[in-house]
Design a binder for this molecule. Structure first.
Ligand code: RDL
Ligand code: RDL
Ligand code: RDL
Length: 154
């Protein structure tokens, strides 16, 4: 099985590195193909053509969104395009995004980014190989980058 990964030089943390460690542990048989583009708006076409060319079963993308309104609008455009690529290919592309305004502290941003990348790598594994485990986790308030919110009991 092949998994395609695209990330950016805009990002301030090498998030893909953490995800690849987890993917290699959980799916030692998987072949990972990685490309890097300048920024998030360059990701959709790169992941689409890469997945088609390489025959990847799923994708994982890593984006970093700056603090300004222009950056937020860039993310909205990117996110919509990424949805369209997934619908066109009929394949999952896990979107790991960190918004720089999630924290004022660089240490905390690092922690959020590494945790989110690792947990979404596990999510990709579960989507591909153990969908029944995700059903078991339904409604449990899972979060990536933060502690789980947990379920609300009726
Ligand atoms: O195609 C070249 C650029 O337009 C593209 O790389 C953009 O994604 C770059 N970019 C912005 O222009 C912007 O205003 C990015 C952001 N904000 C951002 O927050 N994060 C990015 N790129 O990865
Ligand atoms: O592809 C992996 C994630 O990007 C994807 O699962 C998102 O739907 C996760 N997500 C967010 O990134 C977010 O900022 C969710 C929310 N907010 C949300 O409010 N509810 C969700 N997911 O179910
Ligand atoms: O309520 C606090 C956070 O859950 C909320 O701010 C989320 O929107 C944070 N978040 C992102 O901003 C994002 O781009 C999350 C994800 N991606 C994500 O993939 N998983 C999350 N939060 O749990």
């Amino acid at each position: 099985m092949k998994i395609c990964i695209v990330d950016t030089t805009f990002a301030r943390i090498d998030m893909a590195r953490y995800a690849i460690e987890v993917l290699q542990n959980l799916m030692p048989d998987a072949v990972i193909v990685r490309r890097t583009v300048p920024g998030i708006k360059d990701i959709p076409v790169e992941i689409k053509t890469l997945m088609q060319r390489e025959g990847c079963e799923a994708g994982m993308v890593f984006g970093w969104v700056g603090r300004s309104l222009v950056d937020k609008i860039s993310y909205a455009v990117y996110s919509l395009a990424l949805q369209l690529v997934q619908l066109e290919l009929g394949r999952h592309i896990i979107d790991v995004t960190v918004h720089e305004d999630e924290s004022e502290s660089e240490e905390e941003l690092y922690r959020i980014a590494a945790d989110r990348a690792r947990k979404h790598a596990e999510n990709l594994y579960l989507l591909l190989r153990r969908p029944e485990e995700l059903v078991r986790r339904a409604g449990t308030g899972r979060r990536q980058g933060y502690p789980d919110a947990g379920p609300i009991m009726g």
